[in-house]
Design a protein around this ligand. Structure first.
Ligand SMILES: Nc1ncnc2c1ncn2[C@@H]1O[C@H](COP(=O)(O)O)[C@@H](O)[C@H]1O
Ligand code: 2PH
Length: 182
């Protein structure tokens, strides 16, 4: 059983990145695919940032962003759906940290801590990545009940690499999805 009762609906945060093909279109498509799931509601989208590659340098710049979702799926089922979206949008796994049409990482799910062969929560590298934290800071409200706001802002205070993350554009997902449905 992959669902929880309605009273256990929780907010989760997902990082998205793309550096092959039409990066913005693919990111908007990924968000639309999330929203199409009957147990996922996309609540907020960050701005889009163009970012220098980290980890494997010989590849194009990424566009990175983050979304907040409300879901009754458990984190494993949410991740499985995210990996399926990646596959449908042409993700191929060749080089570690290498180029991809789209990447979806589950960052945070109500402060839950998990370490299974398939899923680690919080995402183990999120607090050291400016390309994750800067978009995430756009959409995590002060007072977020599991303490994520303070964690992000403490990490950002001491983080290297922020100059490699440049505001690119605002997210037009709502207007883009309204247009594609009309
Ligand atoms: N928190 C996580 N978010 C995404 N993927 C995760 C997480 N914890 C473990 N994984 C596993 O990592 C790979 C996907 O790696 P990417 O290169 O980031 O796509 C997948 O096997 C997940 O089960
Ligand atoms: N600017 C930028 N650089 C990156 C990006 C990214 O989104 N933006 N993703 C990476 C992470 O790759 P991967 O998801 O394969 O690794 P992970 O399992 O550590 O998240 C590696 N480097």
């Amino acid at each position: 059983m992959t669902t929880t009762s309605p009273s256990e609906l929780s907010e989760a945060y997902i990082a998205l990145g793309a550096n092959l093909g039409d990066r913005e279109a693919t990111l908007m498509q990924a968000i639309s695919e999330l929203q199409k799931h009957p147990e996922i509601e996309v609540l907020r989208c960050s701005n889009l940032y163009e970012t220098d590659p980290v980890g494997y340098l010989d590849q194009p710049c990424f566009v990175n962003m983050a979304v907040a979702v409300r879901t009754s799926l458990d984190p494993e089922a949410l991740l499985a759906f995210m990996l399926d979206i990646e596959l449908r949008l042409g993700r191929e796994r060749t080089i570690r940290f290498g180029p991809r049409t789209v990447d979806l990482d589950l960052l945070w799910a109500g402060g839950r801590v998990l370490d299974t062969p398939l899923l680690t929560l919080p995402h183990p590298r999120m607090m050291e990545r400016a390309f994750v934290l800067i978009p995430l800071a756009d959409i995590v409200p002060e007072g977020e009940p599991s303490g994520l706001f303070e964690r992000i802002h403490n990490a950002l205070d001491n983080l290297d690499g922020k100059e490699g993350v440049r505001f690119w554009k605002t997210c037009n997902w709502h207007s883009a999805s309204a247009l594609s449905e009309s």
